[in-house]
Ligand binder design. Structure first.
Ligand code: IPD
Length: 274
């Protein structure tokens, strides 16, 4: 690497190519049936042969395109992702199949999520639904797009009328805490949606198909690309008390809803529990 900071559009071009190839591999493997199912953190946290194969293929393609970059991937990438990032300081953040439970059941709602980070800041991201081909992209400072249309998030100002997406972790004790938070929140919002794919949830918020989204327990590969897409659509994306989006909590909401939603989640200890 020559140490030059690569442009966001250059990285997005690579990200989109890799995500399209990865999505096609995931879709094709699903059509042949699910294989190699094992579990990770709990009995309900599954990983399949496709998660591993898609990640291996995507990492190989990234390595061929940009040999000096680091890659943090959900299935293999921990150590490598914290390693040297070459002269350009680029790290790719990959979820090969976000929504693995949907993949397992054949629900047409799972995605490849790929973000490019430069010197610790996500500058480009793509989320692609592997079944429908719906694709959301963003470049930092350059807006968020789907099928050539610039995304504008919800302009709702009344939390009581907000449709809010969320999700649950795999640990039973965590799920119980999250369900308790939700039971207390739901009287204050229009309704909730649980689609099972954090990266797509963030994109649905970005395009205004839901008004807001929150979840505790996300990993970076779940929210890196979708978080940039949400930000570039006009949403505020943060954790509690300005902590930044992270494993404790990710909240994505239009400016008028962010404060009220944040305050409910704070009061309900949404970032607490196991
Ligand atoms: C999961 C999905 C789900 C969210 C979980 C994630 P995975 O990712 O994004 O919607 O609620 O927190 O772990 O395990 O399917 O890659």
């Amino acid at each position: 690497m020559d140490g030059t900071r690569p442009a966001g559009d250059e990285l997005l071009k690579i990200a989109v190519e890799v995500a399209r190839q990865a999505a096609e591999t995931a879709r094709r493997m699903r059509a042949d049936g699910v294989s190699g199912v094992t579990t990770k953190s709990t009995a309900t946290d599954v990983v399949t042969a496709a998660d591993r194969a898609v990640e291996r293929e995507a990492v190989a393609t990234l390595r061929a395109a940009r040999p000096g970059d680091a890659v943090l991937g959900e299935e293999y990438g921990g150590a490598d992702g914290t390693g040297p990032t070459g002269g350009a300081g680029v790290r790719w953040i990959l979820d090969p199949i976000d929504g693995t439970v949907n993949y397992l059941y054949g629900l047409p709602h799972y995605a490849v999520s790929l973000a490019a980070e430069v010197d610790g800041e996500v500058v480009a991201g793509v989320v692609r639904n592997a079944v429908t081909g719906d694709e959301w992209t963003a470049i930092r400072g350059g807006g968020a797009y789907r099928a050539g249309q610039r995304l504008r998030s919800s302009t709702e100002t009344d939390l009581g009328k907000a449709l809010v997406a969320t999700g649950f972790g795999y640990d039973p004790a965590r799920r119980a805490h999250q369900a308790g938070v939700l039971a207390e929140l739901i009287p204050h919002i229009r309704d909730i949606r649980r689609f099972g794919v954090a990266s797509i949830d963030l994109c649905l918020a970005a395009e205004g198909s839901v008004d807001a989204y929150y979840e505790k327990g996300l990993n970076l590969w779940d929210h890196a690309a979708g978080g940039l897409i949400a930000t570039e659509s006009g949403l505020l994306v943060d954790g509690l008390a300005g902590a930044g989006p992270g494993p404790d909590l990710v909240i994505a909401a239009p400016p008028a809803l962010f404060g009220p939603l944040h305050d409910h989640l704070d009061r309900l200890d949404a970032a607490g529990g196991p």
